[in-house]
Unconditional design. Structure first.
Length: 239
């Protein structure tokens, strides 16, 4: 289980605390994808000691964040502009201004209301809404095929996993799956729904996945090879 902690400073640092049965000592990692700071600690270690360790590395963490292009002192990337290409359902679409109220796809263009100051915010909302629609449809379809029900769906911008399923049937997905080809998104939905039947990764679990999507291996391989590219889209208005 991962918990978010905050370290005082200017600005405060958010650190994801992750317990691991395999860990023998505290370790810090800063993601090159999004600047997320993760502190791994042994399963039975005290959280207070882990945070004290992180405070002792405060200067190093901030230096690394700046070197990677995150945090104060870093050179910010330019914001999204009309004419930029963004991924959507496995295709690169060009952000194009138009006299419309809501974004929509037309051919190779993603038409957007003609307000350059709100491109990132509107794109974020469009992508998350599209992801929820597609993941809900896929989850409903796969759950119906198994004769099972899930309790709810949550979307997040996770880096360590594309989806999860809890013992009470709650499904979580990364909204960035909508950037991938539709079959890849469908595979992740099939994978997580299969956990409603088998809460493990045993041969029985993979048999359920194969029942829902016989060619799942191809889409699983795509995600392993290309998944990191889905995190390259940086939306400054994104939470």
């Amino acid at each position: 289980m991962t918990r978010i902690a905050r370290l005082d400073g200017t600005p405060p640092l958010e650190i994801a605390l992750r317990r691991s049965a395999q860990a023998r000592r505290f370790s810090l990692r800063v993601s090159r994808l999004d600047g997320r700071v993760t502190l791994t600690l042994p399963h039975h270690a005290r959280e207070a000691e882990a945070l004290a360790f992180a405070r002792g590395k405060d200067g190093w963490i901030r230096q690394v964040l700046v070197q990677m292009g995150f945090g104060p002192g870093a050179v910010a990337e330019p914001g999204l502009r009309f004419g930029d290409a963004v991924p959507f359902e496995g295709r690169a679409l060009v952000l194009t201004p138009a006299a419309i109220r809501s974004p929509r796809v037309e051919g190779g263009a993603l038409l957007m209301p003609a307000d350059p100051a709100r491109v990132a915010a509107r794109l974020t909302a469009f992508l998350k809404l599209a992801a929820r629609d597609r993941l809900t449809e896929a989850s409903d379809r796969h759950a119906a095929a198994l004769g099972l029900r899930y309790s709810r769906i949550t979307l997040r911008d996770t880096r360590s996993r594309w989806g999860s399923c809890t013992s009470d049937g709650a499904l979580m997905y990364s909204w960035r799956l909508v950037l991938a080809p539709p079959e890849v998104l469908d595979y992740v939905a099939a994978h997580e729904v299969a956990h409603l039947a088998e809460m493990n990764h045993s041969p029985a679990f993979w048999a359920v996945v194969a029942r829902l999507m016989p060619d799942y291996a191809r889409h699983r391989a795509w995600l392993r090879a290309e998944g990191a590219t889905l995190h390259r889209l940086r939306l400054h208005a994104d939470s």
